[in-house]
Ligand binder design. Structure first.
Ligand SMILES: *[C@@H]1O[C@H](CO)[C@@H](O)[C@H](O)[C@H]1NC(C)=O
Ligand SMILES: *[C@@H]1O[C@H](CO)[C@@H](O)[C@H](O)[C@H]1NC(C)=O
Length: 242
């Protein structure tokens, strides 16, 4: 059964919002997660056809970061590591460490995982992650509105997420869109997140919605993921333009 999809493209503000309805053994739609919360997304561009403004300049950095129960959780700048396959076409080539930021400030069990990548720059440039994880970012705002968690994953070959210690021609043969897309899918299927329940099956893409958010190159990745892996992974995509 193919996934049903709907696209909204508003080129005048260069914002592409693409939400796919995805199919798996269990169908999990992310729309219900937004019920009652649409207004809180009003400040972030064009959402579900409504014109809304850009995030303000003020960075909301709550430190210490607390979860929905008031418990202190790790700060936004804690770096986590994931063992990623070097070559998705040949798993026996082993793994390398990819870095990611993660917060579950707004997460409640069953909520979605908002996955983003800065694309072609390190996760810690220009900031410590808080720019993309608090509710002053669209990823954080979606997390707050949907009771979701946020993960910002470094793209292979950028920052410190290097499959190889060099940038030789042979190494760069694995710097492809296809490998990058599979990185996100493999991550969603295998990562053990630090948040409560983050090491269980409940967060896997066949059980919980994964919402992929990205701008520019990462926005293109979001579209490619939706096109190529939607029916496999339940990753849901919102390409974003900054
Ligand atoms: C897969 O990788 C292993 C380990 O590097 C290598 O020995 C093997 O030849 C590779 N297989 C293919 C089909 O390339
Ligand atoms: C972020 O969330 C806090 C409450 O946690 C709220 O006071 C603030 O207005 C929110 N900021 C934005 C930009 O939505």
């Amino acid at each position: 059964m193919p996934p049903s999809r709907s696209f909204r493209l508003n080129s005048s503000i260069a914002l592409l919002l693409a939400v796919s309805q995805l199919i798996s053994a269990a169908i999990v739609s992310w729309e219900p997660y937004l019920e009652g919360h649409r207004d809180s997304l009003q400040n972030f561009g064009n959402f579900n056809g409504r014109h809304i403004a850009k995030p303000g300049p003020g960075l909301h950095k709550s430190r210490p970061v607390v979860d929905v129960n008031g418990n202190t959780i790790p700060n936004y700048d804690v770096v986590y590591e994931f063992d990623q396959l070097i070559d998705h076409n040949n798993a026996s080539r082993g793994t390398f460490k990819t870095r990611y930021y993660h917060t579950w400030e707004y997460y409640r069990e069953g909520g979605p995982i908002i996955l983003l990548t800065p694309g072609e720059r390190p996760i810690d440039v220009p900031s410590d992650g808080s720019l993309s994880m608090t509710n002053t970012s669209i990823s954080g705002a979606i997390a707050q509105a949907t009771k979701g968690a946020v993960v910002m994953l470094e793209h292979r070959f950028y920052g410190e997420s290097n499959p190889f210690p060099d940038l030789s021609v042979d190494s760069l043969k694995l710097h492809t869109i296809s490998q990058a897309l599979q990185d996100f899918v493999y991550f969603a299927r295998n990562v053990k997140l630090a948040m409560p329940g983050g090491d269980g099956e409940g967060i896997r893409p066949h059980r919980s919605p994964w919402i992929f958010v990205g701008g520019s190159y990462a926005g293109a990745l979001a579209t490619f993921i939706m096109e190529q892996y939607a029916c496999l992974t339940l990753i849901k995509c919102i390409p974003q333009s900054y």
